[in-house]
Design a protein around this ligand. Structure first.
Ligand SMILES: Nc1ncnc2c1ncn2[C@@H]1O[C@H](COP(=O)(O)OP(=O)(O)OP(=O)(O)O)[C@@H](O)[C@H]1O
Ligand SMILES: [Mg+2]
Length: 271
């Protein structure tokens, strides 16, 4: 049934409408197969939710798209052109920026230094500390992140949620064309989570960025995303517009997968 839903929503290749396509991507880590023949597209200005159980392959896919690791096989097509993404820096130069699940902030540096770390390589050496501090503060204020005492504190002294907010802010103000957010809400309180969701909605209305967001709360995903893809065991099993599905349907699919695996294990144990 899940596969049927995916096939129903399958769409033809469209270089103009899609900013990004991945075709037949597989990823193996030694004996572990994390992704199997994944074909996915992201439309210009779209917010796509990528959901699925723990270990389904969500982070693996995002890490391929942001240049952290290559796929074992398959193609990536960016704005109609096939690309080989060589590194995270290369991805950034192509306009693809990511916020990782396992965050990449430097603990020993201040909040404002982290905001500009490895960014704007031409401008940043010329920006003095005063300018960076002022800009960092403006960006965080603009996002509505008010729980930070100061942008001068070291990141090591912050909570997980505050760190995540800074990582998201850093990407959002990087002028990326494609933003990849791996569980940006995971360490957030209710209010901070709402701030990030509002920010994504605001970016969507501005229309110059396309976003893939991984999250576990299906209600939140459906609220903020135009479309959702479900990954199960390394395969995409559902591709639907948010308006055409529900948190209940998504939950049912994941629970059904879990039950099936459990039954198979029982059967194997009995035989
Ligand atoms: N570097 C790695 N080496 C070996 N196996 C890996 C590596 N990274 C991921 N895997 C495996 O690949 C599969 C997919 O992992 P991935 O991190 O993509 O899952 P996920 O969908 O992001 O899960 P979660 O919701 O828990 O974050 C898992 O079986 C995982 O153990
Ligand atoms: Mg993950």
């Amino acid at each position: 049934m899940a596969e049927q839903a995916y096939q129903d929503a399958a769409v033809p290749a469209d270089g103009d409408r899609d900013i990004l396509r991945v075709e037949h991507i597989s990823k193996r880590y030694g004996a572990v197969t994390a992704l199997v023949d994944v074909t996915m597209h992201l439309e210009r200005g779209e917010v796509l939710g990528l959901i699925g159980d723990n270990g389904a392959g969500k982070s693996t896919l995002l890490k391929i798209l942001c240049g952290f690791q290559p796929p074992t096989s398959g193609r990536i097509i960016l704005e109609g052109q096939e690309v080989t993404i060589k590194s995270v820096d290369h991805a950034r130069s192509l306009g693809i920026d990511a916020v990782y699940q396992d965050l990449a902030l430097v603990n020993q540096l201040t909040v404002y230094h982290n905001m500009f770390l490895n960014r704007e390589p031409v401008r940043w050496p010329l920006l003095n500390n005063r300018a960076m501090r002022k800009l960092a503060k403006e960006h965080l204020d603009d996002m509505g992140i008010k729980t930070l005492k100061s942008v001068d504190v070291e990141v090591a002294s912050l909570s997980g949620g505050q760190r995540q907010a800074i990582a998201v802010a850093r990407s959002v103000y990087s002028d990326a064309k494609i933003l990849l957010l791996d569980e940006p809400l995971a360490a957030m309180g209710v209010k901070e989570g709402a701030i990030i969701l509002d920010l994504v909605t605001r970016l969507k209305t501005q229309g110059n960025v396309s976003i893939i967001i991984i999250a576990h709360n299906y209600g939140q995903v459906l609220e903020v995303c135009d479309r959702v893809n479900l990954l199960q065991g390394g395969r995409i099993t559902l591709d639907k517009r948010s308006a055409e599905t529900s948190a209940q349907e998504l939950t049912d699919l994941v629970v059904a997968e879990y039950r099936k695996a459990l039954e198979e294990r029982h059967r194997a144990a009995a035989s």
